[in-house]
Design a protein around this ligand. Structure first.
Ligand code: IPM
Ligand code: MG
Length: 382
């Protein structure tokens, strides 16, 4: 009997809509997999909460979340009402950093039948994973803004002529640590081993221009690569790598990237899947509490219309199941999503259909229920 306690943070905008479908589908799995049960606890944190309480989450949010096996999050942000940096730092980054979720895993394996943007390429040849570092780099939120009269201004302003002509300058610090680089790289090599595919880890760097942070990153990468003689390794500058995602996406197996580059290249790689509505993601600290969150955000432009694509959130739930040790249930879920996308009758407008978010969730849940085994363990729906 495996019972999982999951903290659910639907968040804002389409986050709420797609997470509802995720829960629906997970409940469907409960009916199907004989010994699998979930306990979902909803937390209303996000921008709505901020407008009422003046903070994105209560001060003891992390202690509360620490009591769960996993976190399932929709998306946080409502730019019209709450400054974006407040919203994002207050929940998403607070949780990634709070639980030290250093491996932000974003698979790129196009589903059959999904829109595919590259002419002359075969989507079935593409199967890679981006492992984005999630706790360091330019996301650490360090630095400052300096007005001309302020202490500190002069020190920076003397660096460039334009600075001296400015009334204000801003410093955004990127912080990289040897251990922080090493652990996410080791995670990536281990993943390449487990995947047993092309057995290749590509490091996304930019050591030609970023002479401290990316130098450490690249030096550690060479060291870690030596620990895995059975796995090939290579590096690319982030700009060249972005190009290669378009010109030869079939080349890649596991790509390990620093935080900001990882953010950029995973929106790009999502286009290979049919868009952000199809791209899953999980923030993982091996052995710790993970947060599973589709990278698409809250899409305020389509929020409330019932047309958001829930596929990203459903595949994200699949990643959560895998991380919870429920590989079989994850398979069932992923297969059901793949079936619905391949059949094509039920899909949202972003991938060329006319169905609603709920209809896609229903179709996937029904597909799962249809595969229900007729065993003595079978528990009727309640
Ligand atoms: C993502 C998002 C976030 C990020 C934002 C919302 C802070 O773009 O998960 O990719 O930059 O990490
Ligand atoms: Mg992003």
């Amino acid at each position: 009997m495996s019972h999982h306690r999951v903290a659910v943070i639907p968040g804002d905008g389409i986050g709420v809509e797609v997470i509802a479908e995720g829960i629906k589908v997970l409940r469907g799995l409960e009916q199907t997999a004989p010994n699998l049960t979930f306990e979902f606890t909803d937390f209303p944190w996000g921008c709505g909460y901020y407008l009422q309480h003046g903070e994105m989450m209560p001060p003891d949010a992390l202690e509360i979340l620490a009591q769960f096996g996993s976190i399932y999050l929709g998306g946080v942000g409502w730019p019209e009402k709450v400054p974006e940096e407040v919203a994002v730092r207050g929940v998403v980054l607070a949780i990634r950093f709070g639980f030290d979720q250093y491996a932000n895993v974003r698979p790129v394996k196009p589903l059959q039948g999904a829109p595919f943007p590259l002419a002359g390429k075969d989507p079935s040849q593409i199967d890679f994973v981006v492992v984005r570092e999630g706790t360091e780099g330019l996301y650490v939120g360090q630095g400052g803004r300096y007005a001309r009269q302020q202490a500190g201004f002069e020190q920076w302003a003397s660096l460039r002529p334009a600075f001296l002509q400015s009334d204000e300058l801003a410093v955004q610090i990127g912080l990289y640590s040897e251990h922080g680089c090493r652990r996410v790289m080791q995670y990536s090599f281990e993943l390449a081993r487990r995947r047993a595919g092309k057995r290749l880890v590509t490091s996304c760097t930019k050591v030609n221009a970023l002479n401290y942070g990316m130098k450490l990153w690249s030096d550690v990468f060479e060291e870690v690569a030596e620990e895995y003689p059975d796995i090939d390794h290579e590096w690319m500058h982030a700009d060249a790598l972005a190009m290669r995602f378009v010109t030869s996406p079939e080349h890649f197996d596991v790509v390990v990237a620093p935080n900001l580059f990882g953010d950029l290249i995973t929106d790009l790689s999502a286009t290979l899947l049919g868009g952000l509505g199809m791209a899953a993601g999980g923030n993982i600290h091996p052995g710790g509490i993970g947060m599973f969150e589709p990278p698409h955000g809250t899409a305020p432009d389509i929020a409330g219309r019932g047309i958001a694509n829930p596929v990203a959130a459903l595949l994200t739930a699949g990643m959560m199941l895998d991380e919870l040790g429920e590989a079989q249930a994850a398979h069932l879920l992923n297969d059901a999503v793949a079936d619905v996308v391949r059949e094509g009758a039920v899909r949202t407008p972003d991938i060329g259909g006319a169905s609603t978010t709920q209809e896609v969730g229903d179709a996937v849940a029904n597909c799962i229920l249809a595969s229900r085994p007729q065993t003595s363990d079978f528990r009727p729906e309640t």
